[in-house]
Design a protein around this ligand. Structure first.
Ligand SMILES: C[S@@+](CC[C@H](N)C(=O)[O-])C[C@H]1O[C@@H](n2cnc3c(N)ncnc32)[C@H](O)[C@@H]1O
Length: 208
């Protein structure tokens, strides 16, 4: 098993949801951005590096059922599947590394809180961004929450990359346009602050 996968399997085997630095009982910023775009209930939604996030709970409670959760850790998705029980029966769970995974369909909304920044190799980043280009539906949205340039340099003991509104926009500008970004200070369960930036992008219309 690759070291990265082993790391995350171990995290989810040994730590409780409430005791990891990225814990948030309600993913309030993701919800706020999501509500602004008013997607129909049959929208296809993917959460990558979903872990045990409760964003999926919000989506289910609000009538969204076309949901895909991806994580490198099988333990993480097993915990989420058990927690959701019957209410999560329509969800597709995919154990995969987002630096190499190829989706099997297109999505209207692609959510990533605190996963993209773990991709530190250029080829992984290129693969991920190419997936956005290929697997977002026309007018599809990408919502990302990631560490800022003055945010943490490590998370869960692993190196991360840091981003700003400018670097994210430059990285994605070939095919996505920025709707808006918001800086957010996440308070961890250990009373430390992690500086995040959340940015919402939409697939550009193609001009033939
Ligand atoms: C900091 S946690 C955030 C979890 C969740 N998004 C949230 O907001 O609570 C990062 C998550 O990304 C997953 N992850 C890390 N690297 C990954 C990769 N290369 N591919 C897929 N998932 C990955 C981890 O297993 C973990 O669940």
């Amino acid at each position: 098993m690759k070291a990265q996968k082993q790391h995350w399997e171990n995290v989810y085997q040994t730590k409780n949801f409430e005791n990891v630095s990225w814990f948030q009982p309600i993913p309030e910023i993701s919800i706020r951005f999501f509500e602004e775009i008013n997607l129909s209930k049959n929208a296809k939604i993917i959460d990558v590096g979903a872990g045990e996030s409760h964003f999926v709970d919000y989506l289910l409670e609000n009538g969204y059922t076309n949901l895909t959760l991806v994580d490198i850790s099988e333990n993480a998705l097993t915990k989420t599947r058990k927690r959701l029980g019957k209410s999560g029966k329509t969800i597709e769970y995919i154990v995969a590394d987002v630096g190499s995974f190829v989706p099997n369909q297109q999505y209207d909304f692609w959510h990533d809180r605190a996963t993209f920044h773990f991709l530190t190799e250029q080829n992984q980043i290129e693969h991920y961004t190419q997936n956005l280009q290929n697997f977002l539906r026309p007018n599809g949205y990408f919502l990302i929450g990631t560490f800022t340039e003055d945010g943490p340099t490590k998370c869960s003991g692993l190196d991360v990359k840091q981003y700003s509104e400018t670097t994210l926009s430059e990285l994605l500008s070939r095919f996505l346009h920025k709707i808006k970004c918001l800086n957010f200070e996440h308070l961890t369960p250990f009373d430390t602050v992690q500086k995040f930036i959340f940015c919402h992008f939409q697939l550009r219309e193609l001009n033939f």
